[in-house]
Design a protein around this ligand. Sequence first.
Ligand SMILES: C[S@@+](CC[C@H](N)C(=O)[O-])C[C@H]1O[C@@H](n2cnc3c(N)ncnc32)[C@H](O)[C@@H]1O
Length: 224
Amino acid sequence: MATRNARYDEVADWYVGFTRDWSAEARPLLPSDLSGQQVVDLACGLGDLSRLLASSGASVTAVDLSTNMLARATDQGEAQALGIRYLVGDVTTTSWWDGEPFDGAVCNMALMDIDDLDAAFATAAHVLKPGGWFSYSLLHPCFPGLRESASEQLSSWPPDRGYAYEGWWTTQGDGVRGRVGANHRMLSTYLNATLRAGFEFEEFREPAAPMPRFLVVRCRRGAA
Ligand SMILES: C[S@@+](CC[C@H](N)C(=O)[O-])C[C@H]1O[C@@H](n2cnc3c(N)ncnc32)[C@H](O)[C@@H]1O
């Protein structure tokens, strides 16, 4: 059961036109062969990455807090009949989980939206099989990348506070920061949270751009 505030309920229609290419950034750090794998998409939003995974042969469970985002994901998923199981749930808990462990997990462009980072990583570790893979992508925490208007790109952190300031912030702009808000955390905070949950790093990717917009990480749950 969803217990937290689903901020994206209010902006689901706008979001449909906003982020069409985001799942492509995660593709290079997914296993090359997904056939037969049980994969969970944590904070799946409109389900773009869920559909990419399912069309590559994975059996996909897709979880999100926002019923409005899931309603739009379901519309698009049905059109492709990919058999994705969509669940309303809070990924900082395992209340949505049926106890069947997954081979892999993704969390695409959503950790900034999740207030309890350690709880989200703990969930990912908990629902994976020992040795299971986890690939996540972020708005890069170290560089300007968030488009607020046609002419302005923001850093991940509030310009008046500095990189070391961590927390939720919003703007008056017309992008995600203006319409929803997001958390800024230092790079070390994300990496340390990954380690604290028992993951081992496998690969990092900063898709080529004059200023990297995304950071993509693949890690693996320890075998123990
Ligand atoms: C920026 S969207 C990204 C969605 C999608 N993964 C994508 O690649 O487009 C962030 C999503 O995180 C979801 N979210 C935020 N906190 C959550 C939580 N605690 N549990 C589940 N979903 C959450 C929001 O509802 C929203 O759909």
